[in-house]
Design a protein around this ligand. Sequence first.
Ligand code: ATP
Length: 255
Amino acid sequence: MIQLEIDRVSLHFGGVSALTNVSTQVRKGDIFAIIGPNGAGKTSLLNCISGLYRPTTGKISFEGTEVTHMATHQRANLGIARSFQNIELFSHMTVLDNLMLGRHIKMKSGIIAGGLYWGKTQREEVVHRRVVEEIIDFLEIENIRRKKVGMLAYGLQKRVELGRALALEPSLLLLDEPMAGMNSEEKEDMARFILDISEEKGTTIILIEHDMGVVMDISDRVVVLDFGQKIGDGAPDEVQRNPKVIEAYLGQEAV
Ligand SMILES: Nc1ncnc2c1ncn2[C@@H]1O[C@H](COP(=O)(O)OP(=O)(O)OP(=O)(O)O)[C@@H](O)[C@H]1O
């Protein structure tokens, strides 16, 4: 089943064309990678999906609903969550509190209402806490749950950031370079968690990643951008054999 449909999306910033007429489809449950050289438009495409950017022209539909002009929080309510290239956690807060904050969009009683209906808020809090504790177990970060995020090693912070996105229980998870700056052991761990999220939770994952070994290993499909245009789209082995892709990108890496 097609979960996300990107239909002739273009995005301009003044005279710069970040994306030109990009169309692709993402199947539910797939791990879908966006690759391409620096400045190719990868983050722009991810931002159009999450709602941070609105396409200049074109259409994006998620599970049959057009989301092209929806705000980020509305898309989050539909089940689209994202993590950022640079860690955007609250470094002075604990791992547990960061994950609970990631969950806040699901909380029906806001902070003000919480003051008025304390009992209901407390009941909700218990449920949220259980979900968050499950994520903590899943990501194997029990031993650091009370630690302040700012004190943690980089690889662990990235894992907590992943946990915060998971706290929304998304059906589509957008990951912007989840392995950037990691050593090979941390990368292996992250790749394993991404595969586990896909297999155990059935979550669709769209990720931007520069490490071609990882992309080819874990992705079901790969879309390749170059100067804002799509030059390849298919299974990893198809994309690897595509002459345009080899010329624009993979050739540089001698794949
Ligand atoms: N907010 C913005 N304002 C102006 N230009 C932008 C903005 N965001 C992106 N661009 C431009 O759009 C083009 C595509 O950028 P984008 O960040 O999407 O590429 P990318 O493939 O993610 O690159 P990288 O691998 O370096 O992160 C670039 O020319 C970039 O300078």
